[in-house]
Design a protein around this ligand. Structure first.
Ligand code: ZN
Length: 191
């Protein structure tokens, strides 16, 4: 399995294909350029890609992402999630995507700031599916028998992503991890 250098390969391909609508396969990541997402208000993704597979791991549904998010997700899957899951259940096959692009405010509260989801910069992952069909879900596993693995996955995302939220953060994140590429003063925000 190829792991090293995936992010660099993707950068190159994204840059090369930035203006077109060509399908792209880079390393083990499958992303297709689409028309810019032009949402109402501040919503939208100027450089939008529809991603179906990242570093050889499928997404449960095609997801709209910015290049920054693709690169961060690819780095985390290749360098952290795949090794952490290891050979369990035959290895990691799929990430269950609970949310990707969505024109909404943070936690969908009226008057709150626009969510990173509204810019294609965020993805929510609710479970990890193995090749044998078994799964580790954030909702059932965080305080259950998969606690250790889920806490490692959560901690390892801090760095590749600028914001990492899980069940310890608030009541909105009991059943998924929120990852986004916002950069905060003082470093990544993870809880
Ligand atoms: Zn989220």
């Amino acid at each position: 399995m190829r792991r090293a250098g995936l992010a660099i390969a993707l950068c190159t391909v994204l840059a090369a294909c930035g203006g077109g609508n060509s399908g792209v396969m880079s390393g083990d990541t499958v992303a297709v350029k689409r028309a810019p997402v032009d949402g109402p208000g501040g919503c939208g993704v100027p450089n939008a890609w529809v991603v179906s597979e990242v570093a050889g791991v499928k997404l449960s549904r095609p997801s709209i992402m910015s290049p920054d998010l693709i690169r961060s997700l690819e780095t985390w899957v290749a360098r952290e999630a795949l090794p952490i899951i290891g050979r369990r259940g035959g290895g990691l096959e799929e990430l269950t995507v609970a949310a990707h692009y969505a024109c909404r405010t943070r936690n969908s509260r009226r008057g709150a700031r626009l969510s990173e989801h509204a810019k294609g910069n965020a993805i929510d992952i609710s479970s990890f599916v193995m090749r044998d069909g078994s799964r580790i879900s954030v909702l059932n596993g965080w305080r259950g028998r998969d606690s250790r693995t889920l806490r490692r996955l959560h901690a390892s995302a801090c760095g590749p992503f600028g914001t990492v939220l899980g069940p310890e953060s608030d009541r909105h994140h009991q059943d998924h991890f929120h990852f986004d590429v916002a950069r905060h003063r003082g470093g990544a925000y993870c809880r």
